[in-house]
Design a protein around this ligand. Structure first.
Ligand code: IFM
Length: 471
């Protein structure tokens, strides 16, 4: 692309490149972010922040089980306490509102709201009712994810996402939640990042439940997408006023050389990361190239499944973090070739805003029925520390600004993008990396649960105030 987001950032914000504290965040005057209907919010997920895993009838989830196995999570961390949000939710909502954030994306813990027989757990449901009602009182737009990876363990014991029945249990859960919470949810998302649930959970075992088999991954993906497809009409029937969508993490793959083999490898990378999810949702079929990469792994698909999965969506949530440079592995696949001398985050992920823009524009070209898009997660981890009561998260400020510039460029290229959620509102349990990796715009001291607003959050707040003043 001629239009390089990093270059735009450097020209428009020389103060940032030079490390000046002036105002390294506020977008340029012509940015679409100034539109007052461009939603700016923050996101979290139940297992990553709630804690209280044994309270009020919550059942164990696959992440309770997985994180208890030595060696699965860095430093043996678990989500048992996390940010103690289950008890501190009122103060956390005050904090969110005080930052002027307009949207909040949260997830419901399935094992908190239903017992093993599928009956409602009133105490768990009431927690989310109180939380969502308070968010509504504060005028905050609510995006609620039904599944952000905390599958009830009793369902995993019966095969989890390898068992087709789990998709039907998910539709029952969606039915219960949308009956109970209708009117407090602006947008429902069925699943967060099915790629992670299927591939990291069943394909390489880095996430719960920790199974490692490509055939498992494709079957788990099919049942996850089926669960989504079964839930959408249920949500539509019970809560017609809300929007319904799904959230996909997307990855940019670039080729290490101009060779046809490396170009093909980059294509296969994006098939595995993006088309595997987006094709069934938006075209009603799996990309055949996936099965070149993983021969013999075609999932069992029953008549009517693909129609169920590809029913129209009101929006598509996109989570983007980094790109991967790849080369041919000499056979049918790709291998990572990490680039040297590029900017990286605490996760080791390359900072590459152009990838977000290019993928979004590419999706618009590939999928003629692409629904409106929300960037439901974007952000970075850094080794943030509180010094004299402050957290100067300079790299994050620059990261956010550059990625928002990439979003603006995609909008200007014609992609219908309606909002952006920071990942994350606060530091939290980063899955296999435990508490070491800090993604929040608010710092959490896990020994005291003290929250400290980072500089990035202050600057987002300042921008939102300016935007409000102009409206
Ligand atoms: O923390 C996760 C989140 O749960 C899902 N998307 C990616 C984030 C950062 O790894």
């Amino acid at each position: 692309m001629a239009n390089d987001a990093s270059a735009v950032f450097d020209t428009l914000s020389p103060a940032v490149s030079k490390g000046s504290p002036a105002d390294p965040f506020t977008p340029p005057a012509d940015s679409s972010l100034w539109r007052k209907n461009f939603l700016l919010g923050a996101a979290t997920a139940s297992y990553q922040i709630e804690g209280a895993v044994n309270e009020d009838g919550r059942l164990p989830s696959i992440w309770d089980t997985f994180s208890a196995i030595p060696g699965k999570v860095l430093a043996g961390d678990t989500g048992a306490v996390a940010c103690d949000h289950y008890h501190r939710w009122e103060a956390d909502v005050e904090m969110l509102a005080s930052l002027g954030l307009e949207g909040y994306r949260l997830s419901i813990a399935w094992p908190r709201v239903m017992d093993a027989a599928g009956a409602p757990n009133r105490k768990g449901i009431d927690f989310y009712k109180r939380l969502l009602n308070r968010l509504k009182e504060k005028g905050i737009t609510t995006f609620v994810t039904l599944y952000h990876w905390d599958l009830p363990q009793h369902l995993e014991d019966r095969g989890g996402w390898l068992n087709r029945d789990t998709a039907y249990r998910f539709a029952d859960y969606a039915d219960l939640m949308s009956c109970e919470l209708a009117g407090t949810v602006d947008a429902w998302t069925t699943l967060n990042e099915p790629w992670c649930s299927a591939y990291l959970g069943y394909g390489n075992g880095h996430h719960a439940p920790g199974l490692a088999n490509d055939r498992f991954a494709t079957q788990a993906m099919h049942h996850l997408l089926l669960a989504h497809g079964l839930a959408v009409p249920v949500l539509r029937a019970n809560d017609p006023a809300s929007q319904k969508g799904i959230v996909a993490n997307i990855g940019r793959g670039t080729a290490d050389s101009d060779s046809a083999a490396d170009q093909r490898a980059a294509h296969l990378f994006e098939v595995q990361h993006n088309a595997w999810i987006l094709d069934p949702l938006l075209k009603g079929s799996y990309p055949q190239d996936l099965f070149e990469l993983w021969p013999g792994t075609e999932p069992l698909v029953l008549d009517g499944d693909m129609e169920t999965i590809s029913a129209p969506l009101d929006f598509l949530g996109i989570n983007y973090y980094f790109r991967t440079n790849v080369a041919s592995d000499g056979a049918h696949g790709f291998r990572d070739v990490p680039l040297e001398g590029v900017e990286r985050t605490q996760m080791g992920w390359e900072v590459y805003p152009d990838g977000l823009r290019d993928l979004l524009i590419g999706f618009k070209e590939t999928y003629h029925n692409l629904p409106p898009i929300y960037i439901t997660e974007n952000g970075m981890a850094s080794d943030d520390e509180v010094t004299d009561g402050r957290v100067e998260d300079t790299q994050r400020i620059s990261f956010l600004k550059r990625h928002l510039a990439a979003v603006d460029q995609a909008i200007k290229a014609g992609v219908d993008i309606r909002g952006y959620f920071l990942w994350s509102l606060m530091d939290n349990f980063e899955w296999a990396f435990g508490y070491e990796r800090r993604f929040g715009v608010v710092h959490v001291d896990y020994s005291t649960q003290k929250r400290t607003i980072k500089r990035s959050a202050e600057l987002v707040e300042k921008f939102l105030q300016e935007r409000k003043a102009k409206a």
